[in-house]
Design a protein around this ligand. Sequence first.
Ligand code: TYD
Length: 350
Amino acid sequence: MRILVTGAAGFIGSHFVRHILAHHTDDEVLNLDALTYAGNLANLADLPEEQARRYRFVKGDVTDDALVAQLVDQAEAVVHFAAQTHVDRSIDDPQAFMRTNLWGAQTLLEAARRAWSGRQDRRLVLVSTDEVYGALELDDPRRFDEDWPLAPRSPYSASKAAADHLALAYYHTYGLPVMITRSCNNYGPNQFPEKLIPLMILNALAGRELPLYGDGRHVRDWIHVSDNCRAHDLVLRGGAPGRVYNVGADSQRSNLEVVRLVLALVAERAGRPPQEMMGLIKHVNDRPGHDRRYALDTSRLVQELGFAPRVNFKDGLADTIGWYVDNPEWCRAVTSGAYREYYQKMYDGR
Ligand code: TYD
């Protein structure tokens, strides 16, 4: 299968490409990536030679009609990861999120409709997020299933929900074979350190403060990126057109719990008593409109596509910390210049 993967220089996209090339030796991958701040070709620089032969990179924007049409025409499947993904940035610059997340999805869907003209052996996987469901309260035991009404509350999640609606509209109206995935929070190697886990790991390793928003009791549901990639592969090959699949590993934790575990694991590596490091946690002003809790019901993915997560949170986190320790060059490159400005703007005096 020839697969167009958008945003494959980013965190999840690059892991997905590695997964596909390693596990499907007949597949070819075309990576369309605009190389914005979170896109990084270093994430795919060391592919083994045999895999590199089946991989091609095209620099470009998912909203470029002509380019996208040309690439979709060559592809039998599309997996659409390219997105603006960081909630805090969406609060600062919502326009950029609408442009990439909404218009990017529309451009791809339209290109697929024209190129594939009704062919049902094609597939398009639109990668969405559990954040489109809105927020649960801490004392609400329910989880989001795929029929939960969409109630996004940040510019980021609103832009993703809009794309979901468009994709389903293309399915119902034109019969486009599109599947939607809504995954929970991902973590693992190569994640850009604006997100909670890599940001806290790098700060802990450097002995800097760990900025926890508000009371730190917000809950996120976590999945290791390798499990998420296996889930996306299952949806790509076995998912039903027009169907939505939640992707998660049933691992809900408060941010405070996550940050404490990061500190404990970093302390263990350094041979220091964990208590010494807990003082690095600093409660800072909360994110506006901060969603309290996410929790996903993933029974559809488990029952219909046979998904079972393999990485438990503590082991996955310890491995992830090990990756950041072992890759100082990667870390230095992504935390220079623009990142420092971002960090100052977001956190100084917060
Ligand atoms: P994040 O990684 O931005 O993912 P999302 O907002 O998409 O869930 O944040 C995860 C949680 O961590 C969220 O509740 C916000 C919180 N958080 C902090 O407390 N401090 C931080 O510096 C960051 C980046 C996030």
